[in-house]
Design a protein around this ligand. Structure first.
Ligand SMILES: [Fe+2]
Ligand SMILES: [Fe+2]
Length: 282
């Protein structure tokens, strides 16, 4: 029996238990690797999409979701600080599983290459989440022991109406931010002597370059399909209020590896500067 259907992608997206969601995501990509192809959307799939389009993806009762500003930031010099960091990263990875599955489920009718790319991302995110969740247990904590914020899903909400906007902003702004912050984090963990956590972050960093590349690939593809100039589309989206998400310093080297052009990276920096100028406190 085929494992890869929009129904099973939906089941993974709305699974509440993190371990269950991770297992389902890993199984979906394994089916893809065995040669299964996602069948075309059926009337039942369309009905599920209409019913659940605004529903929050599955998540466990804990962590409690709170306002980002209420979360304390701590240094990684202490074990409590490292646990807080690993917990916040586990939460990001949990959301990233949902974002990758949502990219498949919400926009039916895409090519097999698109489905394969995003299911591979979902599989990677499931592995990232699992590595971090296991590390938390080793350190005497667990995923759900601390509060977390819902900022990532907020961006998903703002971009869900159009695959072009989703591809332009979620992987290329939010996931790409991970490329900027990971190397200094890895270094700080090394300095604190936590080599096991540093190794997990290094693995995640390497994979995330490929995820941002997937975002760049499909952003360009949709622009081409619609006969749009990608650079102009990106500039308009940023100017339309999305510059609020830009935050340097940028890891140019990793971003170039992930397929950004020099011109796009210059644009991102300019748009951030412009946003800061226009919104500076008086
Ligand atoms: Fe990840
Ligand atoms: Fe990712």
């Amino acid at each position: 029996m085929a494992l890869l259907t929009l129904e099973t992608v939906h089941a993974a997206l709305f699974a509440d238990d993190p371990a269950d969601k991770a297992e389902r995501s890993i199984a979906l990509y394994a089916a893809c690797e065995r040669g299964e192809r996602l069948p075309a959307s059926t009337p039942a799939d369309a009905a599920r999409l209409a019913r659940d389009a605004d529903r929050h993806p599955g998540h466990p009762a804990a962590p409690a979701l709170v306002a980002p500003a209420s979360l304390k930031r701590r240094g990684v010099g202490s074990e409590a600080g490292r646990i807080a960091l690993l917990h916040s990263l586990a939460h990001i990875e949990f959301n990233a599983i949902n974002l990758a599955l949502d990219a498949v489920w919400r926009y039916p009718g895409q090519s097999h290459d698109y489905v394969e790319d995003w299911l591979r991302v979902a599989r990677d995110e499931a592995e990232h989440f699992t590595l971090l969740a296991e590390r938390l247990v080793t350190l005497g904590s667990r995923y759900g022991a601390h509060p977390a914020h819902d900022g990532l899903w907020d961006m998903a909400r703002r971009t869900e109406h159009d695959i072009l906007v989703r591809m332009a902003l979620v992987p290329r702004i939010l996931e790409a931010r991970g490329l900027d912050v990971a190397p200094p984090m890895i270094e700080r963990l090394q300095q604190a002597g936590d080599h096991a956590s540093a190794a997990i972050l290094q693995r995640i960093y390497t994979d995330e370059i490929t995820h941002v590349a997937v975002g760049n690939r499909w952003f360009r593809h949709v622009c081409e399909q619609r006969g749009l100039d990608g650079a102009a589309v990106f500039r308009d989206l940023l100017a339309g209020g999305h510059s609020v998400w830009l935050r340097g310093p940028y890891n140019r080297e990793a971003r170039l590896l992930a397929g950004f052009t020099e011109a796009e990276l210059d644009l991102i920096r300019e748009m951030e500067d412009e946003y800061r100028r226009d919104n500076a406190p008086v």
